[in-house]
Design a binder for this molecule. Sequence first.
Ligand code: CDP
Length: 376
Amino acid sequence: MQVRAIRGATTVARNTEDEILEGTRELIREVVAENGICKDDIISILFSVTSDLDAAFPAKAARAEGMDDIALMCTNEVPVAGSLRKCIRLMMHINTGKTNGEIKHIYLNGAKILRPDLVQQRGIQDAVPYDEKCSTTDFDKPGDAPAGEKIRIAIDGPAGAGKSTTARKVARQLGIPYLDTGAMYRAAALKATNEKISYYDPEALERMLSATDISVSFDEKGEQRLFLDGKDAGDSIRTPQITKAASDIASIPAVRRIMVEMQRKIASRGSIVMDGRDIGTHVMPDADLKIFLTASEEERANRRYLELAAKKQMADKEVIKKDIGIRDRQDTERAAAPLRKAEDAIVIDSTNMTPEEVVQAIISNLDLHKDRRKCL
Ligand code: CDP
C-alpha cells in the first residue's frame, strides 16, 4: 500500500454551522472528484480551521458525505499574522495503490493564498501558495469590523481590468460591504437618457440630479443593490449605451461633486471596499489600501466580450476594444478627477492572473499593511 496526502482548503464568509458544513462538504467533494478517489481508498482526513471558526466541527461534514468508517480528526489553528480568515483546511490520506497516483491539491474560494513576503519580493505571478495561515481578525456582519479596525480599500483602474469582480470577492472575504461607484454614474446616465437630457449639459444634469434619488443598500452578504428613484436599477444600467453615457456624464464636475459626496458619506459609515476611477486619489485619499488594477487592452476587451456573451448579448470584439479605448481616453484625459494611479497605490497587472489570485494579492497586501501599522 502506498499512502499519499492530498491537501485542500476553502474559506467561508461567516462563522455559522451551515456555512462551515456546506463549505467543508463542497471541499471534500472537489478533492474526491478531482483526484478520482473512491471512498474505500480514503484512510483518514485531518481537518483544521482558523481560530475564527468555532460554530461547527468540520468532521461532521465528512460523516454527512457518508464517510462513516474513516478516521477523522479536527483541530483549531493558532493565529498567525498576515493570514487568511475563516479558512477550513484538510489533509486527506489515500491509498494510491488504487488510484492513478497523480495528486491534485484543491483550493477553493480564495484559499490558495500567496505568501506576503513573496508577493513583495518576486512579483505576484511568481508567488506560491502559502498554507500555514490563519487570523485573529473576525468580521462577521457586513461593515461590522472590530472596533477601531475600520478597513477601507480603494480599487481603481480602467474598464475591464477586473475591478468589480475582485472588489466583490475581497469584500466578501473580509465580510464588509462593497460599493461599485461606477453603478452610481451609470444610474445617473440612465436617468438622463430616459429624460432625454444632454450628457454634455452641466446645468440640466445638475438640476436632474438634485431631483434624483440614487441610493444603495447592502444585503447580508455585503452585496450592493442600487435604487434609482426608489426602483431597483438591476441590469438596466449595464447596456452599451448607458456604459458610454456614464463615461460622458462622469466628466462633468457638478455630477462628480454629487457622486463623491454620496460615496464619502457611505465610506464614513464603516469598513468598505470601493472601486472606481478616482477612489484612491479623490474619494478616499486616506484609504488603508489602494490598488491600481490594470490589464492589457486586448485582455480587457476579451473579458468584456465574454461577459456580454455570458449574458447572451452578442457583440463584436473589435467594437468592444474600440469602445474601451475611447472610454479609457475619456476617463484619463478629463479635467475632473481623471483616472490615474494614486502615488501610494499598489499596481496589480491582472492580464495573466485569475480573479482568485488578484483577490489573494490584495488580501496579502492588506495584511502586510496592517502588520506594518502595528509596528509603528
Ligand atoms: O465596469 P466598467 O469599468 O466598465 O465601468 P464602471 O466602473 O461601471 O464605470 C462606468 C463609467 O463611470 C466609467 O467609464 C467612468 O467614466 C465613470 N466612473 C468614474 O468616472 N468614476 C468612478 N469612481 C466610477 C466610474
